[in-house]
Design a protein around this ligand. Structure first.
Ligand SMILES: [Zn+2]
Ligand SMILES: [Zn+2]
Length: 413
């Protein structure tokens, strides 16, 4: 399917009758060729149009005439491309795609020609225009068209020459450590006012005034010229738990960035200085929207260190037996009371992969363990009034209170 005659030797009766009916239409080469735009590879639509005219003796098109469909819009491709390139010049980007907006009358006209002549071989005007403008913009800007995953989509209004930019988010992967036991991972809007600000939240719109996200993002926002972010974590630790060890994977999404080429190493350094050790980040690299999904769905095992307190002194042998009894035994965990307002109430089966007693001092002990993703560790210790079973409290027959919890490793590799 690649010689000029393919367009006409096509067996399809509809193509032939389409072309026959077109004899009476005042269509430019682009609009004529586009009606059979899906036939024959390696041609532009105006080439298709000229071939049709020649072979059917319709006479060549003159730009003095006005195309009844597009109003000779394709004569303005260069002008549209310059408008797009000029708008794009305010941005840093590597790839782009072009979109276009039309007078509804133009699209109605196209529809009515299709309903008359058939649309199965036709290409819409938008598709041709976006492609043709894109080719010229590529030459002007020396950047590449990418219709699947562009850094930016430039949408040009073909009548008014306005260009609107839809800038794709910039995604940066890293791992964070959290040494502060008072901050959540992400912004936490006030439930009462939904973030608008009310008396309950002291007109801040937030329940917690700071978060890992808010401590990490300022340098990045300034560098990228972004005004909005989202932090996507591979799970999250409790507010009062530290995140230690190899850190927790996260992806910082910078929305509508003006600049995309950032010095990640220096950003990490500046961020770590600014947060004064409360949060620190490292292993930064560029990421993608698809990795956000992967991170959110990852089910990595986690290691923890937990300090617990007993209501009375506990015998070390008895404690060792109780701790060992939890290892690799199936744990049934009903949604904890403390999160039941935001999580569905159900029973989950979890497994403790490793657990060991690190130290015991009268009524206080330190335990290290490794558990499946999603295990509630505090509840595994104190039992949550029987909602987690077995628990250490149940195995010991003693009240257990959690003093401190730290995540000391995320096993995602
Ligand atoms: Zn036309
Ligand atoms: Zn509020």
């Amino acid at each position: 399917m690649s010689s000029p005659t393919d367009i006409f030797s096509a067996e399809d009766e509809r193509v032939r009758s389409t072309i026959n009916r077109l004899k009476t239409k005042d269509l430019c080469d682009h609009c004529l060729g586009r009606l059979v735009g899906k036939i024959g590879h390696g041609y532009t639509n105006d080439e298709r149009g000229r071939i049709i005219r020649q072979s059917m003796n319709i006479g060549s098109w003159s730009d003095e005439k006005k195309c009844s469909l597009c109003d000779n819009l394709f004569l303005r491709v260069d002008e549209l491309a310059r408008a797009v390139a000029s708008k794009l010049s305010q941005l840093e980007f590597e790839t782009f795609s072009v979109g276009s907006r039309y007078d509804p009358a133009t699209l109605d006209k196209e529809e009515s020609i299709w309903s008359e002549c058939g649309s199965e071989h036709a290409e819409p005007i938008k598709v041709e225009m976006n492609r043709e403008v894109g080719k010229v913009v590529e030459k002007i800007t020396d950047k590449e068209v990418d219709t699947k995953n562009p850094d930016v989509v430039a949408i040009v209004d073909v009548n008014f020459l306005d260009v609107e930019l839809e800038i794709s988010s910039l995604f940066i992967y890293g791992r964070y450590l959290k040494h502060d036991r008072t901050i959540p991972q992400t912004r936490w809007p006030c439930r009462k006012c939904q973030g608008k600000g009310c008396e309950k939240c002291n007109f801040t719109g937030k329940i917690y005034q700071e978060s890992v996200e808010e401590l990490v993002r300022p340098e990045f926002m300034a560098a990228a010229g972004s005004v909005e972010t989202a932090l996507h974590g591979m799970g999250r630790e409790d507010i009062d738990a530290r995140m230690l060890g190899n850190g927790r994977p996260f992806i910082l999404e910078l929305k509508r960035p003006v600049r995309r080429m950032l010095d990640l190493a220096s950003l990490a350094e500046r961020t770590n200085t600014a947060t004064k050790g409360r949060v620190s980040i490292g292993q930064l690299r560029y990421s993608s929207k698809s990795e956000v999904q992967a991170i959110k769905q990852a089910e990595a095992e986690k290691s923890y260190r937990v300090i617990i307190k007993f209501s009375e002194p506990v015998d070390s042998k008895k404690l060792l037996r109780a701790v060992s009894s939890l290892r690799q035994s199936p744990i049934e965990q009903r949604t904890p009371q403390r999160v039941s307002h935001r999580r569905a109430d159900k029973v989950r089966n979890r497994e403790i992969k490793e657990i060991e007693l690190e130290s015991l001092d009268d009524t206080q002990a330190t335990i290290r363990l490794r558990a499946a993703s999603g295990t509630y560790i505090k509840e595994l210790m104190h039992g949550d009034e029987g909602r987690t079973s077995p628990s250490l409290a149940e195995a010991l027959g003693t009240r257990v209170d959690v003093v401190q919890l730290d995540v000391i490793g995320i096993h995602d590799e």
